[in-house]
Design a protein around this ligand. Structure first.
Ligand code: FAD
Length: 413
């Protein structure tokens, strides 16, 4: 890592800490109760330069290596930004990359600068009531009528689903083809006639806006197609790797947050006349947390370095061809924001890292709640919140079972 990058990371970590202390923590409980945070937060995150990280300057972004993006993510999670806040605030990082890599210049200009400036919100709509893992079986249709697509169907569990101004929607354009090659990606404006959305109640990520969407004869211009008809499945696959790397960073930050809170509590809480941390059993719990945190950090750093190196090496490379099969397609993916292709080894590493990082988060949340005792069961502690937030991290962006299967195929097993 260069000294300049180290300085940039230190500056971002410092800015994140100040932001969370002054602009998030005082309000977070209220936002979680309300099921949403103020829309103005998008503009604030844009001002701080965080929404545009990794996007081209021409579209209002700042080209940024994964090392810096991940450092920002870890810092936000560790300092006390909730999973719900982070999921919604950064939903554009799953909604925009398909457009950035495959959309027309005109469509990119229409959508991306406003989102990176925090004026508009972007969401990705893949999952349907019939299933999320088996993407190739999706049923939402878009049939071409003149120079418009007419969209019918449903999407579920969509992050930023009720407030998004732009929806990146996976649709079946080839109604005769029930497999992956019949799928395309379409940009649907949030105010389109025939689109209805309803919020969903959840176990965690409470201030994230998660919605069920219905498309009843929604008409969008044919020019809103992203890439070519039939290329949607490949586009979706390329989108997953960056999301999984970011989720690994998030999981690490949450694990560290639990450790920090548990250690602080163990130092000040007294039982039997002595601080909790003076009991060997409690110290060992903390060391079991630390051990997992350190291994996750080392692995994340290694995979991040690979991702940055491969992005640089393969700038402009095309997505590798190969017969896709469900989420378990055989070939590598890429980070569409930088356009580089990641090799099978890096893709496998990202999948396994996501599992390891989220298991670290789960372990640390569990141990943290235990060390906090009854207080760990109370709303207002980070460990309690993170304990409720971990399952979605193990399911969303590719569930654990699928991560193992995909990694094994990438490694040629
Ligand atoms: C809070 C939240 C936010 C979300 N945000 C978004 C979003 O913004 N956009 C979006 O498109 N989706 C979103 N999702 C959906 C998420 O990506 C899916 O829940 C996930 O992909 C799993 O799909 P599913 O829930 O339909 O489970 P299913 O596909 O029904 O799978 C159920 C279980 O079976 C396992 N399983 C499935 N197939 C196999 C197999 N072949 N072998 C072994 N095990 C298998 C899975 O791993 C999983 O554990 C969100 C979900 C949540 C909970």
């Amino acid at each position: 890592m260069t000294p300049t990058l180290q300085e940039d990371i230190a500056a971002v970590e410092d800015a994140v800490l100040r932001f969370v202390q002054t602009e998030v923590k005082p309000h977070l409980e209220q936002w979680e109760e309300a099921g949403q945070f103020p829309r103005s937060l998008y503009q604030r995150a844009a001002e701080l330069g965080w929404l545009g990280m990794g996007y081209p300057e021409a579209l209002g972004g700042t080209p940024t290596p994964w090392a810096l993006r991940n450092a920002m993510t870890i810092a936000l999670a560790r300092a006390g930004g909730s999973g719900g806040l982070m999921a919604s605030l950064f939903s554009h990082n799953i909604g925009l990359p398909p457009l950035l890599r495959h959309g027309s210049a005109a469509l990119q200009q229409q959508v991306i600068p406003d989102v990176l400036a925090g004026r508009k919100v972007s969401a990705l709509c893949i999952t349907e009531p019939g299933g999320g893992t088996d993407v190739s079986a999706l049923k939402t249709t878009a049939r071409l009528e003149g120079n418009e697509y007419v969209v019918d169907g449903e999407k579920v569990f969509i992050t930023s689903g009720t407030r998004a101004d732009w929806l990146t929607v996976a649709v079946r354009t080839d109604l005769k083809n029930k497999g992956p090659m019949g799928i395309s990606m379409l940009m649907v404006p949030g105010d389109a006639l025939g689109l209805s959305r309803s919020p969903l109640k959840k176990m965690g990520w409470l201030c994230s806006d998660t919605a069920h969407l219905r498309f009843d004869g929604v008409r969008v211009p044919a020019s809103n197609l992203v890439g070519e008809e039939g290329s949607g499945f490949k586009i979706i696959l390329t989108n997953f790797n960056g999301e999984r790397l970011a989720m690994s960073a998030m999981a690490l930050g949450f694990a560290e947050c639990c450790y920090d809170e548990a250690l602080a509590w163990a130092r000040q809480r007294k039982t039997f006349g002595t601080a909790l941390v003076d009991h060997q059993v409690i110290r060992h719990k903390l060391m079991d947390m630390k051990m997992r945190i350190e291994s996750t950090r080392a692995w994340l750093d290694a995979v991040t370095a690979c991702a940055d190196a491969e992005d640089k090496f393969a700038k402009g490379a095309e997505f590798p061809a190969g017969p896709p099969q469900g989420e378990l397609a055989p070939s590598g993916g890429s980070d569409p924001r930088s356009g580089g292709a990641w090799g099978p080894s890096t893709v496998a590493q990202v999948c396994l890292l996501k599992n390891h990082a989220t298991q670290t988060m789960q372990f640390c949340a569990d141990q943290g709640v235990q060390i906090l005792g009854g207080m760990g069961f109370m709303r207002g502690t980070a460990c309690e919140r993170i304990y409720r937030e971990v399952k979605v991290m193990m399911i969303g962006g590719g569930a654990e079972e699928i991560m193992k299967e995909l990694a094994s195929r990438q490694l040629g097993l």
